[in-house]
Design a protein around this ligand. Structure first.
Ligand code: BG6
Ligand code: MG
Length: 219
């Protein structure tokens, strides 16, 4: 019986995955480096510095560690400027009622995001009010596909990982949830790759999966 649900943030609770892509694309354009949507999809779930390596894959030259750190900082500043414009109106409309209903059914909800900017996003959008705990990139040393973020989120909920589900739009995130011993729910890009134990088309379908303690698990 699933008692806790651990949600990725970017691309699951809000479409900040697109803002990550636009910020990396801005850097790639400035450097004159080709950067495709497919590369953007591979940046899902992985750390900022790992994302930068993907962005620089088709650079015609090597960059020093110092230059890479400057590029990552430049991207993060552009990304945070976009985040400042976020408001509760940017949360997809099925997300708040679905989270509220899951909680009403007795599920405990946590954030399990590898982003160091998650706190800013939760604050600007009000999403934090729907969650019982929040684990983010500031709490971990190993990014997805390592299970650390999902194990940290389960621990914050006070639940064993086997009693939790991991919801993630990144293939790396689904791998992380599985490595943590959780039931995995794919949505968006990871669902397109059929990566999860369950692959959803819409966020609201979580209500079909988790009818709540005391009832038989759905789907
Ligand atoms: C994840 C994103 O949520 O956070 C990745 O899917 C990103 O694309 C990672 O690289 C780290 O984010 P940030 O905001 O700390 O640079
Ligand atoms: Mg994501």
């Amino acid at each position: 019986m699933i008692q806790g649900i651990c949600f990725d943030l970017d691309g699951v609770l809000i479409h900040t995955d697109e803002l990550h892509y636009l910020a990396w694309k801005g850097l790639a354009d400035r450097l004159g480096v080709p950067f495709s949507r497919e590369q953007g999809d591979r940046c899902r779930g992985v750390s900022r510095m790992q994302s930068l390596e993907i962005v620089l894959e088709h650079a015609g030259r090597a960059y020093s560690q110092e230059e890479k750190e400057r590029f990552a900082q430049e991207k993060n500043e552009a990304y945070r400027a976009m985040l400042e414009a976020l408001s509760p109106a940017d949360v997809p409309e099925d997300v708040p009622p679905t989270l509220e209903e899951l909680r009403r059914r007795g599920c405990r909800l946590a954030l399990a995001s590898g982003s160091k900017n998650a706190g800013l996003i939760l604050a600007r959008t009000g999403l934090g009010t729907y969650l019982d705990a929040a684990a983010d990139g500031n709490h971990i040393t190993r990014s997805k596909p390592d299970p650390e973020i999902f194990l940290t989120a389960a621990q914050m909920l006070g639940l064993p990982p086997e009693r939790c589900a991991a919801v993630d739009d990144a293939v790396a995130g689904i791998q992380a949830g599985r490595a943590a011993g959780m039931v995995t729910v794919a949505i968006g890009d990871s669902a397109a790759h059929r990566a999860g134990d369950y692959d959803l088309e819409r966020f609201g379908q979580l209500l079909d999966l988790f009818p709540g303690p005391g009832k038989e698990e759905g789907l």
